[in-house]
Ligand binder design. Structure first.
Ligand code: ADP
Length: 452
């Protein structure tokens, strides 16, 4: 059963992870799609701008053309090298003015976003009808080859379009300079623009993942709770059957013995069997009382509180305990003062006895009982040197019917109600109880009750 539940939890967890992964994948796909869409929008608008140069100052355009022609001329006449042609072309004097004009156009088209751009030359070729094609340079797009624009790097930019710019030589030459160019654009805060567009999807996704996790946690904790309740029920039935078995067997054997003729005739034996029957009867009654009374919550118990000196009460409890368990050494360090608290004598005595009885039940040889008062809290510490309690089990000790599986102490009887009852009684006195222990190192139960 336990294995089945673990498998179920593991499988549900995997399904949950898969659902979260699918959700993340869908969000990522939709993000990629939005990026594509955004790039397409930008490309379309930029294409409109760069297709139409009619509103760009013609003196700049013409001046640039003449400058290019002169560069071609100088190169053809061997006045410039290839690298000189390239560098002169890149640092052309119309660069700033053209950049400015293009920028203005872009700003008009994208009034709300900050857009930067660069036109990068990838390849420069000189064509002539009479001569072989002369490649001045051919490189991958790099920012160093930008002729217009003020983009500092191509890192966050995307290519918008490729085009070929043609410049013919002077009238008397048949040279043509072809520049293969790419326009790169970078939109400032483009991630924010896309995130803004995705806000509904993101919120819905996060919300649905959170709801999924929440439902998963609720379902699993309900399952674990259910399993615990069922375990506790089974344990309780086993424990109570175990507890009832001994007196019932004794009673049945004793009645059978009583039926024998020789026993009936022997008054001493007869009386001793009767005594056994009566003892077992009391024991059965005690078990039933224990279940009836100790399983009540503190709201269901009737309390009769009176002003009592708790140290004197503990003194009598210790004295009675000493008589009942002469083999257990009891060390008491009780405060001697006139402190009086509003306590229910009967229930508190039973509760403290439960803790002391547990110390004996779970293997102690010595019990130390100490009282102290600090910050208006009256504390009773009951420490034993018994088998101790695993740290992982300690948080369940005060739950109804909870018993630690006893390992090598199978024969320790109990119903798992003793500490539950103690905790309820202490709660009714507005106090608290905690345990400090570890397996094999004894246990300390510390009860604190407010002194006002
Ligand atoms: P019960 O003794 O009937 O099982 P309790 O509610 O009194 O039920 O105690 C709950 C569990 O706490 C016990 O089953 C036992 O394992 C553990 N326990 C209680 N007191 C001690 C102690 N002094 N030393 C070790 N284990 C203890």
């Amino acid at each position: 059963m336990k294995q089945k539940i673990n498998l179920l939890i593991g499988f549900s967890f995997l399904v949950l992870l898969a659902l979260i992964a699918i959700q993340c994948y869908l969000v990522k796909t939709s993000y990629d799609y939005k990026v594509e869409q955004f790039h397409a929008e930008v490309k379309e608008k930029i294409a409109k701008i760069t297709n139409d140069y009619t509103d760009i100052d013609s003196t700049i355009v013409n001046g640039k053309e003449v400058y290019y022609k002169r560069l071609v001329n100088n190169y053809v006449q061997n006045k410039n090298s290839k690298s000189k042609l390239k560098s002169k072309l890149l640092e052309n004097p119309y660069r700033a003015a053209l950049t400015q004009q293009l920028k203005r156009k872009i700003e008009r088209e994208f009034p709300k976003s900050e857009i930067d751009f660069a036109v990068v030359i990838n390849k420069l070729v000189l064509l002539s009808k009479s001569k072989k094609t002369d490649t001045i340079f051919s490189e991958k797009p790099i920012i160093g080859n930008s002729i217009y624009g003020s983009l500092p790097s191509l890192e966050n930019a995307f290519s918008v379009r490729n085009y070929v710019e043609t410049t013919s030589g002077f009238r008397d030459s048949d040279y043509k300079l072809l520049a293969d160019e790419t326009l790169f654009v970078s939109v400032k805060n483009w991630e924010q623009i896309i995130l803004k567009r995705m806000v509904t999807i993101l919120v819905l996704s996060v919300f649905s993942i959170l709801i999924l996790i929440f439902l998963f946690v609720i379902a699993i904790s309900a399952l674990i709770k259910q399993k615990k309740v069922s375990d506790v029920k089974t344990d309780f039935i086993n424990n109570i059957t175990h507890e009832l078995k001994t007196p019932l067997t004794t009673l049945s054997v004793s009645t059978k013995i009583l039926e024998r003729k020789e026993v009936k005739e022997n008054e001493a034996v007869f009386n001793s069997i009767l005594e056994t029957i009566s003892r077992q009867n009391v024991r059965l009654q005690n078990i039933i009382d224990q279940v009836m009374n100790n399983s009540l919550g503190f709201e269901e118990i009737e309390f009769q509180k009176e002003k009592i000196n708790p140290n004197l009460l503990l003194k009598t409890i210790v004295a009675d305990f000493n008589l009942a368990h002469p083999n257990v050494e009891i060390k008491s360090d009780l405060m001697i003062n006139n402190l009086e608290l509003l306590l229910d004598k009967f229930h508190l005595t039973t509760a403290i006895n439960n803790v002391l009885e547990n110390a004996v039940k779970y293997g102690c040889r010595t019990v130390s009982i100490r009282t102290s008062i600090e910050n208006k809290l009256f504390s009773i510490s009951i420490q034993d040197d018994g088998i101790g309690i695993l740290k992982t089990k300690q948080s369940f000790l005060f739950e109804k019917f909870y018993r630690v599986e006893q390992g090598n102490l199978h024969n320790v009887k109990g119903l798992g109600l003793g500490l539950y009852y103690v905790s309820q009684i202490i709660k009714a006195h507005k106090g608290s109880i905690k345990v400090v222990s570890d397996l094999g190192k004894g246990a300390s139960f510390i009860i604190s009750i407010p002194s006002i």
